[in-house]
Design a protein around this ligand. Structure first.
Ligand code: SF4
Length: 449
């Protein structure tokens, strides 16, 4: 159970020394109670108070960063089991996995894809996060060469996977300062692995199939001073992954087993199952996902799913209202009205660009609601349209007074005409039909005033 700010405050040393970065102990207590600060920031806390506060005020799943600076991504710090309860905060890092036995050109090709490929959706550039290199050869020299090949092409977050400690040492000589994620500590090797992770300040994967073993291993690694942990649940099947990952998340979120409060890792490279593994990983709480270099279709699907799941369900992605140009519209260009729900905007914009008819998009503020919802909720109405035409000075941009509204807002057409004095044309319901509509209805139209 989380402590209230006052209960937290009672346990603090109350020196008001500001060393934690907060002006007073009370403000630090408030941050701690809301999970926004770490107990370690106060150097004067007694160990006992630290352990009580740490267990109750830290986010139930720790934040772990892989890499440094711009070549990094952060995962964990999640608070809920179900996305609709609040939101999921840190999207999983998805990394292409390569073997050190691949030809250098193949390693370079995968690396360059991660470095260069990006796909824009709803105004956001979506991309993969890094490269995982596996020491399939077992040889430290071959592993180090593969890591060097990746480094020659890009500065990306890395995962280093090796059973042989000497291989990891050889790789870390080159890239240790970039804090790659090291895979993996087991109950047999955790002391050496923790020492390696500590020496380079690297995050470390801990690996066990049974939850009791995993919990014990986490405790041991933390005891060895390795605190940035990620957990490999070693699933035997997809079903096993769902069950174990869900149990881990429940136990961590409820703080029933705080030692399981670390991000989860999944290797989704099994032939023929990888798409299902990636999807399950994204949906069922994986924070580090390894995939083979994916086909364009699978890559797009994975990045789209991740964006959808990690979008705050309580905040529709919104565009700023305004008058947007598609191409270089002249004074006689059509004006198309729509809402400021980003998905609607970008979908319509894409279709408009492909019509090659320059035009204006009048985006009105429906607080991110889609057309149908905004009409039903009364957010899209004639007053909003009238005020938006005035606010964005549309009358000075065109010499006509004709407005094309979305098909789903057809019931408003009469009221918009009355309120604005503009002629209203009702466009299609489906944005995909806008090209045909403009060619049929606008270009041939004689409605210009
Ligand atoms: Fe208070 Fe500790 Fe922060 Fe100093 S460092 S202000 S004692 S909470």
């Amino acid at each position: 159970m989380a402590l209230k700010a006052l209960e937290v405050y009672k346990l603090l040393p109350k020196k008001n020394c500001k060393e934690c970065g907060d002006p007073t102990c009370l403000t630090f207590a408030m941050k701690l109670a809301s999970g926004k600060a770490d107990v370690d920031l106060c150097p004067y806390l007694e160990e006992e108070a630290k352990s009580v506060l740490g267990a109750t005020t830290r986010p139930p799943i720790r934040l772990v960063k892989v890499g440094v600076g711009e070549r990094s991504f952060a995962v964990g710090e999640e608070f809920v089991l179900y996305r609709h309860d609040k939101t999921f905060y840190h999207p999983p890092g998805i990394l292409f996995k390569v073997s050190d036995t691949l030809a250098p050109e193949e390693i370079t090709s995968a690396t360059v894809r991660v470095r260069d490929e990006s796909f824009t959706r709803i105004g956001t550039d979506l991309r993969f996060n890094g490269i995982a290199i596996e020491n399939t050869s077992g040889s430290p020299e071959v592993f180090a060469r593969a890591v060097a090949t990746v480094e020659e092409s890009a500065d990306l977050p890395l995962v280093l996977i090796a059973k042989n400690i000497k291989s990891l040492i050889a790789a870390l000589i080159q890239v240790g300062s970039y804090q790659p994620l090291i895979h993996a500590a087991t109950k047999e090797n955790f002391r050496e692995m923790c020492a390696l992770a500590k020496n380079h300040s690297c995050p470390l994967v801990v690996k066990a199939h049974e939850l009791d073993d995993l919990t014990a291993l986490v405790k041991n690694c933390v005891g060895e001073g390795a605190k940035k942990l990620v957990m490999d649940l070693c699933p035997q099947s997809l079903g096993d992954f769902i069950i174990t990952s869900t149990a881990v998340r429940q136990l961590a979120i409820s703080r029933a087993v705080p030692d399981l409060g670390y991000p989860v890792y999944i290797d989704a490279t099994h032939p023929s199952l990888q798409n299902a593994e990636i999807a399950l990983g994204i949906v069922k709480y994986a924070s580090v996902i390894l995939t083979p270099p994916l086909s364009p279709a699978s890559a797009k699907a994975a990045l789209t799913l991740r964006q959808n799941i990690y979008t705050d369900p309580q905040k529709p992605i919104q565009m700023n209202p305004g008058l947007y140009r598609v191409g270089t519209p002249g004074k006689d260009a059509p004006v198309l009205l729509t809402v400021n729900f980003s998905l609607t905007f970008f979908t319509l914009q894409g279709y408009l660009e492909s019509t090659r008819i320059p035009c204006f998009m009048l985006i009105v503020d429906t607080e991110g609601l889609s057309v149908l919802t905004a009409v039903a909720a009364g957010k899209l109405n004639e007053t909003l349209v009238r005020d938006s035409i005035r606010k964005f000075d549309v009358e000075h941009e065109v010499t006509h007074k004709t407005l094309i509204i979305p098909g789903y807002s057809a019931p408003l057409s009469g009221r918009i005409e009355e309120a604005t004095g503009w002629k209203v044309m009702v466009g299609p319901r489906d944005a995909a039909e806008i090209g045909e509509y403009l060619h049929e209805e606008w270009v041939k139209s004689s409605t210009l005033t």
